[in-house]
Design a protein around this ligand. Structure first.
Ligand code: PLP
Length: 398
């Protein structure tokens, strides 16, 4: 019997996806198996910081694959040692634990906080997180997240997370008790629609955590690695967290994430953490290639410049179509559509060969490669302009 080119039935379905099958990517563009080209402003979900298939990443992976792929986590490997050193040298942290996904890095941060509570705070274990926050899809990170649609899922939740309101210090203060060990947040809530914590709020949180002897944990899985124009988001502020998680951009497209901690917070003992792929040299070699480019001041300046340009073009687009504000920082930007037309815009854009994301019905999110060019931004804005006109006209007729 002749089989269809692709069968989707053998995959567990976890979300609605278009039927297109992607086979190739280069820079800002993706191609499906019919040869159709798409301009990609999602980039692996804010992952491909150098765009699709950058030569430096491909070369680093190929070289490492020929050298050593997995000596086992029981032994050190050169790539993980070098990457840990590079991250420590460029941040306020002293030690690193590598994982394969952001959720695992956050799971590690949660465990580290509980360990810190056990060792230094009389068994305190509660972590204050935030409504609208997203920290991953393991049971503990879903429990830590403040995503409404997670609430009925997989009960009972992991205990020990109390939810405050972003940018509302009083709501945080009210949740602090003798069991509290840490406060954990994304400096910009990405998945819930690009909602930045204010610099003032972050500063107040730092003061509050110092006052109560709590750890301050930044989930920089989306905001880190140059996404907002600094290597790490906390560098925009004049505070430093005790613990930070990185993911997405750190591997430039391969499964790599990290948990970083200051000397004071870094309290794991043998047996507390581990895992087959933790610090895998193939992934760490990719991380090194990314750090080498993204960590350069000139690269970050260019990303900042590109972010400002995208922001101003989105503002003009918004004014032309009577839409709302542009939120976010650097190349993590959200556009308030004012109306629940996000899904329709995404669908029309896809048909037109443009990939954008709608994290909530009334918003679009833009997370292009950090080396996105003015020409690519112009092409995206042009495409979106036409789509917004079309979707707007359809709404007026309906
Ligand atoms: N934390 C934040 C802020 C994220 O944006 C994400 C993913 O979108 C995660 C954690 C989870 O990362 P991963 O999907 O790699 O497990």
């Amino acid at each position: 019997m002749l089989k269809a080119a692709h069968s989707f039935d053998a995959l567990m379905e976890f979300t609605a996806r278009p039927q297109a099958v992607f086979v190739r990517g280069q820079g800002a563009y993706l191609w499906d198996d019919t040869g159709k080209r798409y301009l990609d402003f999602i980039q692996g979900w804010a992952v491909n910081c150098l765009g699709h298939a950058p030569a430096s990443l491909a070369d680093a992976l190929a070289a490492q694959a020929k050298l050593l792929i997995s000596p086992s986590p029981a032994y050190h490997n050169a790539a993980s040692l070098k990457l840990a050193k590079a991250l420590v040298d460029q941040s306020c942290f002293d030690q690193v634990f590598f994982t394969s996904s952001g959720a695992e890095a956050n799971e590690g941060a949660i465990k580290l906080a509980r360990k810190y509570g056990a060792v230094h705070k009389n068994g305190a274990f509660e972590i204050i997180t935030f409504e609208g926050g997203f920290h991953g899809r393991t049971l503990a990170t879903m429990s830590a997240s403040g995503k409404k649609t997670f609430e009925p899922l997989f009960e009972p939740k992991v205990a020990g997370f109390r939810k405050a309101t972003l940018n509302d210090l009083e709501s945080v203060k009210q949740l602090i008790n003798g069991n509290t060990v840490a406060i954990m947040l994304e400096p910009i809530q990405g998945e819930s629609g690009v909602w930045p914590a204010t610099d003032q709020f972050l500063k107040e949180l730092r003061a509050l955590t110092l006052e109560h002897g709590l750890l301050l944990i930044f989930d920089e899985i989306q905001t880190g690695m140059g996404r907002t124009g600094k290597l790490f988001y906390y560098e925009h502020t004049d505070i430093a967290p005790d613990v930070m998680t990185l993911g997405k951009g750190i591997g430039g497209g391969v499964p790599l994430a990290a948990l970083l901690a200051t000397e004071k917070a870094s309290c794991f003992e043998h047996g507390d953490e581990g895992g087959t792929y933790k610090g895998n040299p193939l992934m760490c070699a990719a991380g090194l290639a990314i750090m080498e480019e993204v960590g350069k001041p000139a690269f970050l300046e260019a990303a900042t410049e590109a972010g400002l340009h995208l922001e101003s073009e989105l503002q003009k687009l918004s004014a032309r179509h009577g839409l709302g504000e542009v939120r976010g920082r650097g190349l993590l930007l959200g556009l308030n559509l004012k109306l629940p037309i996000g899904a329709a815009v995404v669908q029309e854009a896809f048909e037109a060969g443009l990939l954008v994301n709608s994290p909530r019905p009334d918003a679009l999110r833009f997370m292009p490669a950090l080396n996105v060019t003015r020409e690519e931004i112009a092409e995206m804005i042009d495409g979106l302009d036409g789509i917004l006109t079309k979707v707007g006209a359809a709404r007026r007729v309906a």
